[in-house]
Design a protein around this ligand. Structure first.
Ligand code: BGC
Length: 389
């Protein structure tokens, strides 16, 4: 798509934002310094082919600014400051809706009904076999060819004390993407006055089903479009991971990370391990594996990891209730996509850290269960805490 079109879209959106602020209908701090609890701002972002309008919301608190699309609950940008207080957008994305619809590799997406892969797109629950759309070799990935990241969400802003954020809701109808049950989903993105970004997921169903929601932001703590993330340092509190077969389905084993490229129990750079001759790295063209978090499945968010960009000093810590963390080193970015500020994304230019239940759990009885039954409430929380060093 020509870059003039991209700029037109951005300018129109920016103009709408200015108008809203000037009219005094809403206020947000564009750079997110302080401004605790300021009310989220809404602006147009484009229209789907059928005319459905898509909006972008801006939420700011404690030095962090989040921009969120009503399409897919997509994290369009995430601004945090470096050690000198200079903000940068650390999340990959596109500057226009068409690219999200046509070719997004889940940039910033809210992933459902099932994060990561289900083998052969098939699982059996209470004696009934369900066939899902197969969209990744022989498997179903991230909810199939039209998952939650490609649906329109209802978005409501809120401020609660010093917190501010957005509540996204949607009911996924029985049979959507092959999954049983009407699934009522509510996802809350909160920014705290300390600049933390918290995600709370909740869901209920009227038929037994499986569920594994996550968030698929592609991070580069140096700033979106600034090149390789190889020099980022990761410390990940996981002594085991789930090795996979050639189509990236877990073998079922919980293998020790000790003496493998998967060992991040002490902080080290992410580029070199993703280039080793290890067979598992070969299957995934880098690291694209689920880690078994030492803290296990917890009622409250527990510590999972710290990732640091030494040059800018940006640090992100993650805490989650989930038992797993998918660490993906952007292996399939191949220079064909052009991002928010007009720069190409190449292999390793971002990484994803997706808090989740383990891939293919519906077919792996020994993994923590992803079954949700009527009368139960699915709950999951993940927290991203930003700081500098
Ligand atoms: C998966 C990768 C996939 C990526 C983007 C990650 O969660 O583990 O295999 O390529 O999402 O689709």
């Amino acid at each position: 798509m020509p870059s003039t079109t991209r700029r037109t879209v951005l300018t129109a959106a920016a103009a709408a934002g200015v108008t809203a602020a000037a009219a005094g209908t809403a206020h947000a701090s564009a750079h997110g310094h302080g401004a605790s609890g300021s009310r989220p701002v809404k602006e147009p972002f484009g229209r789907l082919a059928d005319g459905t309008p898509v909006h972008r919301w801006t939420v700011s608190n404690g030095g962090t600014t989040l921009k969120v699309l009503s399409y897919g609950g997509v994290i369009h940008s995430l601004e945090t400051a470096d050690r000198h207080g200079r903000p940068a957008n650390v999340a990959l994305g596109f500057d226009n809706l068409d690219d999200y619809v046509a070719k997004s590799p889940y940039f910033g997406g809210l992933i459902g009904r099932y994060g990561n892969r289900i083998a052969n797109g098939r699982f059996t629950l209470d004696g009934t076999t369900h066939q899902l759309p197969v969209n990744d070799g022989p498997n179903s990935l991230h909810g199939g060819d039209r998952g939650f990241d490609k649906r329109i969400w209802d978005v409501e802003p809120f401020t609660r004390g010093a917190d501010t954020g957005l509540i996204l809701t949607r009911t996924s109808p029985d049979g959507e993407a092959g999954y049983p049950g009407n699934l009522a989903v509510r996802v809350t993105y909160t920014l705290t006055p300390r600049g933390e970004w918290r995600i709370d997921y909740e869901a209920t169903t009227d038929r037994a089903t499986v569920i594994n929601l996550t968030s698929h932001t592609y991070f580069n703590l140096a700033g979106e479009g600034s090149g390789s993330t190889d020099g980022h340092l990761l410390e990940l509190a996981a002594a085991r991971y789930t090795p996979v077969g050639p189509t990236l389905i877990p073998t079922g084993e919980l293998a020790a990370v000790a003496r493998t490229p998967f060992d991040f129990r002490r902080a080290r750079t992410i580029g070199a391990p993703a280039r080793t001759a290890h067979e598992q790295v070969g299957f995934a063209k880098g690291i694209d594996h689920n880690y078994v978090l030492d803290k296990g499945l917890t009622a409250r968010p527990g510590y999972a990891l710290t990732i640091t960009h030494p040059e800018s000093g940006r640090v992100m810590k993650m805490y989650t209730t989930e038992p797993g963390m998918q660490f993906y080193t952007g292996n399939f970015l191949d220079g064909t996509l052009t991002g928010t500020t007009g720069r190409r994304y190449r292999q390793g230019d971002a990484f994803c850290l997706e808090a989740q239940h383990f891939p293919d759990s519906p077919n792996q009885p020994a993994f923590p269960s992803t079954v949700l039954r009527p009368g139960e409430t699915y709950r999951s929380t993940t927290l991203h805490a930003f700081s500098t060093r």
